[in-house]
Write a protein that binds this ligand. Sequence first.
Ligand SMILES: [Ca+2]
Ligand SMILES: [Ca+2]
Ligand SMILES: [Ca+2]
Length: 297
Amino acid sequence: MRTWVRLSFLLALLALTGCPPRVSDRIYFASDRDGVGNNLFVMDAQGKSLKQLTKNLLPDWEPHPALSPDGKSLLFVSRHLDSNLEVYLMDTGGGEPVRLTFTPEDEDRPSFAPDGRILFDSERTGDWELWVMERTGENPVQLTFSPGIDEGGAFRPDGKLLAFASERSGYFGIYLAAPGGGAGVSDVRRIYGGDGFHANDPAWSPDGRLIAFAGNAQGTYNIYVIALDGSEPVRLTGFDGHYQDRYPCWSADGESLVFARREGSDWEICTLRLDAASGSGVNRLTDNQVSDSQPVW
Ligand SMILES: [Ca+2]
Ligand SMILES: [Ca+2]
Ligand SMILES: [Ca+2]
């Protein structure tokens, strides 16, 4: 019951500012269903109208696609042209991806900043840090300087806050920071996790009031949503078995989340309406023996 009071409060917060117009009604995700590689696919919000977007990505890594705010571009990582991961940019309609990074170290988990630049993590200094670069791949600027992995960064839609995951405490936690004027970030603070269990995959609601994330405080990863006022998060999944849920991403209207669920040996894409009953509102969009993961909406 207490969960419901809390969730109702969070939904009321969302309603306060209304919702922006829907940009994308399609879900992009990674899948090895073609038997060749872990490639990018797109489908509608009912799991229909499936289309394959890439054909030659390697099978042994997660592309971690990200969708631009206007729904016209995708970022992802791949090592199909190199021995390590690089960031690529492509049109959502298809076409040849453009390679943006050329380093001997790995890059991972890119996302679009509201100003058009690209946020990503890289191991180019010998430690995983957050970086930002121009849309052309030029002028990379290092944002974090902390021992341990910093990854999965996401700018709030207004660009004034940065959420990311860091294991600087020994466990992954969700952190907030203010983007600095030059190199680096300021006012870094941990809002959840990082103390005895992990939390990762932060995703801003379209109005910037809430963050969805995956955390394993219950022993396995579940999807949570948290406000920025320091209050406890609300758990949205994990009431119907021992699944692993990761990579939440909001619908453009802020009313639903898409995420990846591992049941047994492979992953499926699921959606969850925030106003549905906890755990019972999960709708599975894929159902097969291959991996379908890292959805973006
Ligand atoms: Ca690289
Ligand atoms: Ca680091
Ligand atoms: Ca599957």
